[in-house]
Ligand binder design. Structure first.
Ligand SMILES: NC(=O)C1=CN([C@@H]2O[C@H](COP(=O)(O)OP(=O)(O)OC[C@H]3O[C@@H](n4cnc5c(N)ncnc54)[C@H](OP(=O)(O)O)[C@@H]3O)[C@@H](O)[C@H]2O)C=CC1
Ligand SMILES: O=C(CO)[C@H](O)[C@H](O)COP(=O)(O)O
Length: 509
């Protein structure tokens, strides 16, 4: 199946949605690629695409029919990129490569959405046999083709060899404006600007950061969906009218890839029925696991990421379609009357501000989660660098990420984005509209799990005293779980003898 004679610089395994495009991106950046997939049609697919795109230039990709064929077409020491499903396939492929004689200097780079703890285990398992490196990728199909955001982590020697390759294929940002430099033209990659690829840290760190990126992605998407549903329910707008509102919003602080594609989805008609496509898409959300992993991690390490958990639950609830259909005939909500024309503009502005403030909370939660995990794992994460590489190429790319970069540049150790002067000011400015939008939605019976949980997070986070004092009293009452006092040093615990008539206080040693 080979189409070039010389040995290739990079081996690529997995030529699905991401792999095929990463391969073409590598080729555009001057790297010769030996490509293999279990499915021969996919190998043929990348070769045909290369033929179409390169014009009269020589082939840049060599198709391989087996793992052995792949290795025989590669320069030593090997540099092999995996773009395959997370989990077992990564172990199977690494095992196979090892069997075929990989050695200490060879690098295998996992670009899939692997669970970060699996990556840590694999690095240990293959240590001394070959360099197992990870480079999490975000940007979907187009990002992979013309410049994704890359989150590499692992062995330093691996990074030294990979740095030029990853920087070349990554998305680029204009250093002055912080805006993406885009050119989606095959064969003409963007070479100037700041690359959206930065070494994240020791093994596991990159996949953790990508996992949180996806958790934030879940929250961002859910928030946009809640804004859409509120506008549709209260104002009776058509999907195309809401798309026009989103396009307006995209000119301001909400400017982002996700707002842009949401407008595009809402503008689309169904080719079969001619109805708005969104109305014929079944309202059952899929999920591959990274949002759930983020939610689980936040619960495990006790760093609240309520916007992420709320959006994972929203997807779970969406999948209870049959029950919801049945319940809709039994459970009644408020009568919906459309907002008067004279009030519409104000309503739209309130939803905009609610989306903006909730989004700030979702990102604040994601960054605090990474901070907590980083401290526990000893990763020393650079949050300004992380925000920087998310400014272009990835799914959550947004103008707003420049403000996050600025916040962490000002204060490397910032505990929470809400404490940054700019973001604190933004939330203060827009919070009354945020609250009103939620009141509006609640009154109309619009489900807004992510809007409401974000506001509760904000109200809890800004509270010097929460009702956890009562909760500690309850715990001590039924289970002698003890409590600390506000007038004693932390770490000193007390129990009240609730069942004795004296109700005396005992200091626990
Ligand atoms: N799609 C996206 O937007 C993004 C995906 N990712 C991650 O990137 C990775 C790839 O995703 P994507 O391209 O969408 O997935 P696809 O399913 O489209 O492609 C995966 C490819 O890997 C092949 N494959 C599976 N097992 C092996 C194996 N043992 N040896 C060789 N090839 C194998 C599959 O072949 P076959 O079909 O024959 O099984 C398939 O062609 C995943 O980890 C995904 O989570 C990351 C960012 C974005
Ligand atoms: O990593 C990605 C983007 O950054 C993928 O598109 C992600 O796998 C999508 O997740 P899900 O299918 O769970 O919505």
């Amino acid at each position: 199946m080979s189409s070039t004679n010389e040995l290739c610089q990079i081996g690529l395994i997995g030529l699905g949605v991401m792999g095929k495009n990463l391969g073409l991106n590598l080729a555009d950046n001057g790297y010769s690629v030996a490509a293999f997939d279990l499915d021969a049609e996919k190998v043929q697919g990348i070769l045909s695409q290369d033929e179409q795109e390169r014009g009269d230039k020589p082939a840049r990709i060599t198709g391989c029919s087996t793992f052995e064929d792949l290795l025989s077409n590669l320069q030593k020491p090997y540099l092999i990129v995996l773009s395959i499903p997370a989990g077992k396939p990564v172990d199977i492929v690494c095992g196979k490569l090892l069997e075929l004689g990989l050695s200490q200097d060879d690098i295998v780079v996992d670009t899939g959405n692997s669970l970060w703890t699996d990556t840590v285990e694999r690095e240990k398992q293959y240590h001394g046999k070959f360099i197992f490196f990870s480079c999490a990728v975000s940007g979907g199909e187009v990002g992979a083709r013309f410049g994704p955001s890359l989150m590499p982590s692992g062995d330093q020697a691996g990074w030294s060899r990979l740095e030029p390759v990853l920087e070349a294929i990554s998305a680029k940002v204009d250093p002055e404006s912080g805006l993406p430099l885009v050119n989606n033209e095959p064969g003409n990659p963007v070479t100037e600007g700041e690359p959206c690829a930065a070494y994240i840290g020791p093994t596991g760190a990159g996949h953790y950061v990508k996992m949180v990126h996806n958790g934030i992605e879940y929250a961002d998407m859910q928030l946009i969906c809640e804004a859409y549903q509120s506008l549709r329910t209260a104002l009776g707008l058509t999907p195309k009218q809401i798309a026009a509102i989103f396009r307006e919003w995209n000119k301001g602080p909400l400017n982002s890839y996700l707002i842009e594609i949401s407008a595009e989805v809402l503008e689309q008609d169904d080719p079969v029925t001619g109805k708005p496509l969104v109305d014929v898409v079944l309202d059952v959300a899929g999920q591959k696991g990274t949002g759930l992993w983020t939610a689980l991690s936040s619960l495990e390490i006790g760093s609240p990421a309520m916007a992420v958990t709320a959006s994972v639950y929203a997807r779970c609830l969406s999948s209870l379609k049959e029950n919801r259909v049945k319940a809709s005939t039994i459970l009644k909500g408020p009568e919906v009357t459309y907002v008067a024309d004279s009030e519409k503009e104000a309503y739209i502005a309130r939803v905009h501000d609610a989306l903006y403030c909730s989004k700030i909370c979702a990102y604040a939660q994601g960054f605090e989660l990474m901070k907590t995990a980083g401290e526990q794992q000893g990763w020393d994460l650079d949050f300004a660098a992380i925000a920087k590489i998310w400014r272009a190429g990835c799914i959550i790319r947004a103008v707003f990420l420049q403000s996050i970069t600025d916040a962490f540049n000002k204060d490397k150790g910032l505990a929470n984005l809400l404490m940054d002067e700019f973001f604190a000011g933004q939330v203060e400015k827009f919070q009354s509209n945020w609250r009103e939008a939620i009141v509006d939605g609640v009154r109309l019976g619009v489900p807004m799990p992510c809007f409401t949980s974000s506001l509760s997070y904000f109200d809890s986070y800004r509270s010097e005293t929460t009702a956890a004092n009562l909760l500690q009293g309850q715990r001590d009452f039924f289970g002698s779980h003890t409590f600390e006092r506000t007038d004693e040093p932390r770490g000193q615990f007390y129990h009240l003898n609730w069942s004795s008539p004296e109700r005396d206080l005992v200091r626990i040693k």
